[in-house]
Design a protein around this ligand. Sequence first.
Ligand code: SF4
Length: 440
Amino acid sequence: MWKYYPELLERPVPRYTSYPTAADFNADIGSRQLEQALADVRLCDEISLYAHIPYCDQICWYCGCNTGRANRTHRLTAYLQALFAEIDLVASRLNQRGRVKRIAFGGGSPNALSASDFKALMSHLQTDFRVDDAVLSIELDPRSYSAEWRDMMAEVTMDNVSLGIQSFDPSVQAAIGRVQPLDMVTDMVVHLRGQGVTSLNFDLMYGLPGQTIDILKATLEQTVRLLPERIALFGYAHIPSLIPRQRQIDDSNLPDARQRFDMAAFGHDFLTQAGYQPVGFDHFALLSDPLGQASAQDVVRRNFQGFTDDQSRILIGMGASAISEFPNLIVQNEKNTGRYRGILEKGKLPAVLGIERSSSNQRHGAIIEQILSNGLADLSPLGGAAAHATSLVPYINRGLVEITDEQIKLHESAKPYARSIAATFDEFRGQTVGTFSQAV
Ligand code: SF4
């Protein structure tokens, strides 16, 4: 069981799905730098593609994603036209250089699109890029898994399918504006298994309104019965000042900091005892799954999609708000779908924010990523452990962290503090608080 040290969790810290984080992007970096990064891709480079669909049939009250209601067909059609234009632009800059080894579809909910539109998107990507036996991943909303999507999933072979679940408890579902009965999820899981999906992920949450350890336990028991290969157990971040749709949530019965910690600890113990391998600080995977194997071998990576076994150093995100990552550059597309379409109508790449990663940023970023993903990092590129001993004292004294001359090693009990420990290597944060979420 993890030990609770509230003083180590006081400071809000980034989730570090990139380093530098999105809070450090600036508007001087955008399409010009992206053009250059695409021009620098070599024939043999491995590339991962991500396509963002910022629409959902129903909007959940807790959701912090860049997504809106998919209630008008012409809106989706116009978005898809712009997305196709972006795909064409990016592909023309690559001119068949780079081998696409992964394609991920996220959002929002890709199944807010009609199945025929989604198939058109898939074939557009496969025609434009040099796709080389790519791993295909998709996020699906069980509430929108229509008959036409079922038929389509029988035609395409998705390797990874991720389902938004959050909680199986009906009262918690009602409190967060996401009602999806257990039967609906069970039926979908059976169907996906029948289509040959061998890597299924469930997104779950703790810290939800009215949720208790017993309620979380019942959801975890149900989850384990359905046996997804991967589970993500996120802490709900309630920040209605930044995410207006969260104002629909009654925050009078949200678990407090201690209860949140206990839920995270309970989830970790429950899932590891059920045979799941912990991955990073909030993911779990069976050892039969590539992510579980990557964790066992300490080669997990972290990118905008969370913890991953993807080893590619080039991730090209397309769609409104999508982020692209290269070793020396991160850029983000225009978030507003209207402005995103407008930029593409002028024939320009829609990257409008970003940051060039200096060699120092890359060294710090590699250590932050290793700490979060594998609990282990070589500190020699940053002058060895002695150079960081002072900032690590609170963690060393509590037996959470061990340092040798060159290496930092986090014990299993350090998982809830991993983001805080990683933040000590963040050149941008210093002691500033910013607008980040609680570490647990
Ligand atoms: S389905 Fe997913 S992306 Fe859409 S609103 Fe709900 S949580 Fe957000």
